[in-house]
Design a protein around this ligand. Structure first.
Ligand SMILES: Nc1ncnc2c1ncn2[C@@H]1O[C@H](COP(=O)(O)OP(=O)(O)OP(=O)(O)O)[C@@H](O)[C@H]1O
Length: 524
């Protein structure tokens, strides 16, 4: 049990208050006729780390957006330090003392870290002084950042650090965190917990959304659990087990992922001396990457964010053309100079880590997103110059039912899905094609425990049907649950893929961390 675990009474005595810092009373939020929050009430005490739990689409993000002023409720009340308030905008929320770290990043890609942070602070310019403050605060909280780096050159994990540091610089009394650890390594997450416990001891409250129930048990003092837009339970996470918490969330048992041995077929993915010098100022160059994945197996690439995962995905998906065509061979064909559609024609499918924007176009309907990825792949979506939207709609229905994608209307815009439901849709859309080759980054990022098990099982089943699957993931639990072999990427170098049964999470974690130390030393 973590050192921050204790009962709420003790926290109250420590920070000396009995009025909730935040109270939400009977909030209702509708989108059209669909209620995303239905009579939701919640209290957060000063200095309390309060978990907000619930399956994908339960209404957690909607609720925190209301608290942060980016959505307005249809009914209900918000009290701040006992007084009713109207939070008309995020600026008003920040003025009250509410900060937020988003699940979907809200940073401007073409700007630097310091420029982005300056934008969020009232009357602030991107000065050298601010850059120094960012460097100091980020180092102090164990979230190292280069203030002058461009956001576009940062990995997802590093972008999240920017969001967290930006929030800390606003001196908030309540920080809302929407799945902050989903892109962090175990070591980074541990460091974040130290930070959060320190903030809580100083009296800052944290409203913490996470699907990682083990960390909720270790970190959080109290939990409010939502299901289908309503609050269904409250709990002291330390007194629950991961299973009882999961059952409160989803209302039934979680499936167990079963990994039997697959029958190996021919080599389907071959990387031969894959070298790609990054043109980005803070990019990572891929250095002589060699790997082979056979039909029927799952190979996972573990690594700390920012060690070449993005560059490797881009090289495999055709986003970045390579120097030589035989650096990437798919199903026996040299694919290094092909674009993404030509690679799809060889039977390959791709799921990038950024599902909104990269994996799906936010303003397009789900069926239109299906058309985009299948147009020109010879799967019958386009015929004689006509697009068959009816067929795309049927694919949406099938994926929705197989992967339990929860949505308010039949064919919504991608951006209206909850984060986890969009992830289920993007993964399901590609798995449904039964590709021969699947390259997938962070398959269960932001997905609840039940859905994560469904996605992981679907990957195992796909590989056992003969697909070669390359998973890029930071989640060691996930890697050990599904991978047959594991390699570690560090500063653009890939280690030899070893049999998962001969490795332990500690050993892989050390390989990952060793790379990070070298990276830090090189940067220093
Ligand atoms: N702008 C919108 N228009 C229509 N429906 C929406 C909109 N925003 C959210 N919803 C719907 O409201 C429901 C709740 O979504 P919300 O994002 O609050 O869930 P969540 O609990 O945060 O899920 P996750 O864990 O997947 O992030 C979902 O079914 C979602 O499709």
């Amino acid at each position: 049990m973590g050192e921050g675990t204790g009962d709420t009474g003790e926290i109250l005595r420590r920070v000396g208050g009995d009025t909730p810092l935040l109270e939400v009373r009977h909030v209702i939020k509708r989108f059209g006729s669909f209620a995303a929050n239905d009579d939701v009430s919640l209290k957060v005490m000063p200095g309390e780390i309060h978990a907000l739990l619930g399956e994908n689409g339960a209404g957690k993000s909607t609720l925190v957006k209301i608290i942060y002023g980016s959505l307005q409720p249809n009914a209900g009340e918000i009290l701040w330090k006992g007084k009713p308030v109207t939070v008309a905008s995020p600026a008003e929320a920040r003025a009250l003392g509410v900060g937020m770290v988003f699940q979907h990043f809200s940073l401007f890609e073409a700007m630097t870290v310091v420029e982005n942070i300056a934008l969020a602070l009232p009357n602030c310019k991107a000065t050298r002084e601010l850059a120094d403050t960012i460097a100091r605060v980020s180092a102090n909280y164990g979230l190292p950042l280069d203030p002058n780096a461009h956001i576009a050159d940062l990995s997802v994990g590093e972008r999240q650090r920017v969001e967290i540091v930006r929030c800390l610089l606003q001196n908030p009394e309540l920080i809302i965190m929407d799945e902050p650890t989903s892109v962090l390594t175990p070591q980074e997450a541990d460091q974040l917990f130290v930070t959060l416990r320190r903030l809580a001891e100083e009296g800052c409250a944290i409203l913490y959304i996470s699907h990682r129930l083990e960390e909720v048990r270790a970190l959080c003092h109290h939990a409010t659990i939502m299901r289908r837009a309503k609050v269904v339970a409250e709990a002291d996470p330390a007194r629950e087990t991961v299973n009882t918490l999961a059952q409160l969330m989803v209302g039934n048992e979680i499936i167990r992922v079963i990994r039997d041995k697959g029958r190996l077929g021919p080599e389907a993915i071959l990387l031969k001396g894959l070298t790609q010098i990054s043109q980005e100022a803070f990019g990572v160059s891929l250095q002589d990457v060699n790997l082979s994945v056979r039909s029927g197996e799952i190979v996972a690439i573990a690594g700390i964010a920012g060690n070449g995962q993005k560059e490797l995905f881009d090289a495999l998906s055709g986003e970045e053309p390579l120097e030589k065509e035989d650096m990437v061979i798919f199903a026996g064909e040299a694919a290094g100079l092909m674009d993404i559609n030509q690679r799809r024609l060889l039977g390959a499918a791709f799921v990038p880590e950024e599902r909104l924007g990269h994996g799906a176009v936010p303003a397009l309907k789900l069926s239109e997103n299906v058309v985009l990825t299948r147009h020109g792949t010879g799967e019958g979506i386009a015929r004689r110059g006509f697009t068959r939207f009816g067929k795309a709609g049927r694919i949406v229905e099938k994926v929705t039912s197989l992967f339990d994608v929860r949505k308010g209307v039949l064919d919504p815009e991608a951006r209206s899905l909850s984060g986890g439901n969009l992830q289920k849709f993007v993964v399901g859309r590609e798995v449904e094609r039964t590709p021969k080759i699947l390259i997938i980054a962070q398959p269960t990022w932001g997905v609840d425990a039940g859905a994560a098990a469904v996605i992981r099982q679907s990957l195992i089943d796909l590989s056992r049907k003969g697909a070669a699957i390359l998973v890029i993931s930071q989640d060691l639990d996930e890697i050990f649950e599904i991978a047959d072999r594991i390699a570690v990427i560090s500063r653009g170098h890939l280690s030899k893929a070893e049999d998962a049964d001969t490795l332990t999470p500690e050993k892989v974690g050390l390989l990952m961390a060793g790379g990070a130390e070298k990276k830090g030393a090189a940067a220093a």
